[in-house]
Design a protein around this ligand. Structure first.
Ligand SMILES: Cc1cc2nc3c(=O)[nH]c(=O)nc-3n(C[C@H](O)[C@H](O)[C@H](O)COP(=O)(O)OP(=O)(O)OC[C@H]3O[C@@H](n4cnc5c(N)ncnc54)[C@H](O)[C@@H]3O)c2cc1C
Length: 471
């Protein structure tokens, strides 16, 4: 064998796995492969040349062979402001595999690694008297406030931390191959033997770890199905982007910045708030031709709006015979695209409850100015399934106790917003794939996590399983 361990994907799953392996056993031969570039070469032409649209694949500009923003050492979130959430309550489903205590200790390990390489010591834990009061009201109406200690890594700092982790891995003896995609795994007698890269190179290893992220999830599923690995459907989240005035949200914005609430609706679904943007703007997102609502806010207060937006997402889980939850969400969103002639629909909450469409005039007369001017006034009742819509209404009414005024007539709902997750390969509790020994899958690409902290934790879990086998 050329290597003890080959890790494909140098996102948090991959680099935390490599770090733990080499920290615990410096004699291991570890190779990290990623189709993107090394962290210092991840230069986006859009940002560096101030281009307005992505040129996709321009020679010499930094985005060949794949997008420098989403791929390469550091993974998908390398250029995000990096909110590292220290909690087992959200950010993935690793607690389906291990205990919450174990998960928290793995997250703590990743946090310590970030700290070692320069992460800020500041940890926000918004458990003030005001937050306790909000939480108390929330519990009274069946809303659970999800709390997390957050280490805000910050975009520039995040890149510096990643560069130092990369340098440290090199010093510890790790090898790297960048700008080469995995094309297959080598399996003999139900045991993984190595990987095949896109240039046809075969590299042998005792253990193979796949942390391909959302970017590589479709490829991962196709490849593993070819090797007869079973998959479990994941949930899909469908809902709306809510927009209201900053005044309605002022307490949440002030004391929590982002209030994460979960609610069990009367329809039996779970609804959650997600991605709150004080003084933000609603935007559209193009997912392979399907137009979805989303939201963001600028760092520069001068660019802020008078509104706060956040998503309300209803989790949909499917059982046999249906096997394509992501397509279901895309079909629902496509209906909204069709009704709005290629855009998203905006509707006043009052109109939705009256069972009538919003018209341009009704929106114009409303008290909340839509920040997404391209949204078309219409009727979300014509495209969202009953269960989804009833759950959203339930949640808005419950939220009205915590943020009085949110259920008012003028609140705007944009639809459809959706969050897709990868299907989960069948694995054991250590994320070793069933049917192919010594092959592991972790992180977002395997549908197990959806955040930096749990993705890193999944890599450490895998490393520990490999270390426990001995050499
Ligand atoms: C803009 C943005 C902002 C975010 N902000 C936050 C945040 O603030 N807090 C938070 O907790 N989470 C955030 N996230 C989510 C977080 O980045 C992900 O949850 C996390 O990166 C997942 O880690 P991963 O290792 O599973 O996959 P990824 O980070 O996606 O890494 C996967 C790697 O695999 C490589 N790869 C894929 N296919 C192949 C192949 N065939 N061959 C070789 N290599 C391959 C890719 O190039 C990539 O580098 C954000 C994500 C984005 C996109």
């Amino acid at each position: 064998m050329e290597y003890d361990v080959i890790i494909v994907g140098a996102g948090p799953t991959g680099y935390m796995c490599a770090y733990r392996l080499l920290e615990q056993n410096k004699n291991l031969k570890v190779l990290l492969v990623d189709k993107g570039k090394d962290i210092k070469s991840r230069i986006c032409p859009l940002l560096s040349h101030k281009l307005l649209t992505c040129p996709k694949t321009v020679k010499g500009t930094g985005c060949l062979p794949s997008c420098s923003i989403t791929t390469g050492f550091g993974g998908a979130g390398a250029f995000s402001d990096g909110k590292f959430n220290i909690t087992s309550q959200f950010g993935g489903w690793l607690s389906d595999y291990i205990s919450e205590e174990q998960l928290l200790s793995l997250i703590k390990y990743c946090d310590d690694v970030n700290l070692k390489f320069g992460a800020t010591k500041v940890l926000t834990d918004p458990y003030t008297d005001e937050v306790r009061k909000i939480e108390q009201t929330a519990i009274g109406v069946g809303l659970m406030l999800l709390r997390a200690k957050v280490r805000h890594l910050g975009t520039e700092e995040n890149v510096k931390i990643l560069s130092k982790i990369k340098d440290s891995l090199s010093e510890m003896g790790a090898d790297f191959i960048f700008e080469k995609a995995l094309s297959d795994i080598i399996v003999e007698d139900s045991k993984v033997q190595g990987v095949v890269l896109e240039d046809g190179r075969e590299i042998k290893a005792r253990e193979v770890v796949l942390g391909l992220g959302r970017e590589g999830s479709t490829f991962l599923e196709k490849m593993l199905r070819r090797h007869k690995v079973g998959f479990r459907n994941n949930q899909v989240d469908i809902g709306v982007r809510v927009e209201t005035s900053n005044i309605v949200m002022q307490d949440i914005n002030k004391y929590l910045y982002e209030g994460k609430f979960v609610f069990n609706s009367h329809s039996g679904t779970q609804v959650r708030t997600f991605c709150s943007n004080p003084s933000g703007h609603v935007v559209v997102e193009n997912d392979d031709g399907v137009i979805l609502a989303n939201g963001h806010s600028y760092n520069d207060p001068k660019l802020g709006s008078e509104n706060t937006n956040f998503a309300l997402l209803v989790s949909h889980k499917f059982s046999e015979p249906f096997t394509d939850p992501n397509q279901f969400a895309k079909d629902v969103a496509s209906l909204a695209n069709r009704l709005s002639c290629g855009s998203v629909i905006v509707q006043k909450y009052g109109d939705l409850k009256r069972g009538r469409r919003s018209t341009p005039k009704r929106i114009e007369q409303g008290f909340v100015r839509p920040t997404l001017k391209e949204a078309v006034p219409g009727d979300l009742g014509l495209c969202l399934p009953y269960k989804t819509l009833a759950s959203i209404i339930d949640m808005i009414e419950a939220l009205d106790h915590v943020t009085p005024g949110i259920a008012n007539e003028h609140t705007l709902l944009y639809g459809v917003e959706a969050k897709f997750y990868s299907a989960r390969p069948d694995t054991d509790m250590n994320l070793e794939v069933k049917g192919i020994s010594n092959l592991y899958c972790g992180g977002d690409g395997a549908g197990i996590t959806r955040g930096l902290a749990q993705a890193g934790a999944s890599g450490v879990l895998i490393a520990d399983s490999i270390l426990s086998k001995g050499e």
